[in-house]
Design a protein around this ligand. Structure first.
Ligand code: ATR
Length: 287
């Protein structure tokens, strides 16, 4: 465990509510800083730490935290699926994503949410000023990040929501899984030839691996937004591709990170923190 990163340590009273982020590795997590800033700005008396969960002992680590008075947790890699398994009350966001990024403990109940997709939508619409209604939206990738983003985006009524993936079968599977909720256009990257999108989101892990995606030319419509979910990696291959295609609005996932945290904070505390100063503080220039 470590203290709220970057913030002066403050004495804990017996009344101080305890929260934490759990992951492995966890040293890189910005969540203690973000929630510490939220608590400071809203005057909430809480402690928020980072816990490195043992790879073979996630559930025990959560139970120990609850026994020590923990009120809620954020969950990051590699525990998002295991968190779903220990939830007694998975909310719709968690059920559809099949993964969890926030837990709330109430007596014996473990309530679970996935705020990643909502954080993404809030960042695009509120912070970047791009309403998704009527837009043509493309998500690249068909893993957990995409699964979490589909419903919150679909709920904004885009003109089209497409999911492209290296293995097209995995994208088609998402169309089947979400059929009761929305209609997805799914396929491989080559099938995007001749199509244009107003919002293109990279939800693959290529932001970390530095591989480029085989996006056909012309996939970015004039005035398009290119959104890289990975945060703090500068110009990833995807953002470079977008820039080379003339896209002016290039962003990474810092806004999504802070917005999903704000959703969790409000869920736990009933108070909505102002995200803008925190996003500003965490933004790393895209160079
Ligand atoms: P996450 O939970 O972060 O979404 P994931 O479930 O492991 O991670 O999914 C990773 C995604 O990145 C997948 O869509 C994967 O494509 P495949 O399903 O075809 O494997 C995609 N991905 C990873 N490396 C890639 C690459 N070099 N080119 C294209 N897509 C890649």
């Amino acid at each position: 465990m470590r203290d709220n990163a970057g913030l002066p340590a403050k004495p804990l009273s017996p009344m101080t509510d305890r929260y934490a982020v759990i992951g492995n590795p966890i040293a890189h997590s910005k969540s203690p800083l973000i929630h510490g800033l939220f608590a400071q700005a809203t005057g909430q008396d809480l402690e928020y730490t980072a816990i490195e969960g043992p790879l073979d002992g996630f559930a025990d680590a959560v139970r120990a935290f609850i026994a020590a008075g923990g009120r809620g947790m954020n969950v990051t890699l590699p525990f998002k699926l295991q968190a779903f398994e220990i939830a007694t009350d998975p909310m719709e966001s968690a059920r559809l994503a099949g993964a969890v990024n926030a837990l709330k403990f109430e007596g014996d109940r473990v309530l679970a949410q996935n705020f990643d997709g909502l954080g993404l939508v809030n960042d695009i619409q509120r912070n970047l000023g791009m309403p998704l209604k009527g837009k043509r939206v493309l998500i690249c990738g068909a893993g957990g990040a995409t699964r979490g983003a589909i419903l919150p985006i679909a709920q904004q009524n885009p003109a089209l929501l497409a999911v492209a993936n290296r293995s097209a079968d995995k994208a088609h599977q998402l169309r089947t899984d979400f059929a009761a909720h929305t209609t997805l256009q799914t396929g491989g990257y080559a099938e995007l030839a001749g199509e244009r999108f107003d919002v293109v989101i990279n939800a693959t892990s290529t932001g970390l691996s530095q591989d480029a995606l085989p996006l056909p030319e012309g996939v970015f419509a004039p005035g398009a937004l290119a959104y890289e979910l990975v945060y703090g990696k500068g110009l990833t291959p995807f953002l470079k591709q977008a820039r080379a295609a003339g896209v002016a609005q290039l962003v990474d996932g810092v806004g999504m990170l802070v917005e999903q945290a704000a959703e969790a904070f409000e869920w736990w505390r009933g108070v909505r923190p102002d995200t803008r100063p925190v996003i500003q503080r965490l933004t790393v220039p895209l160079v």
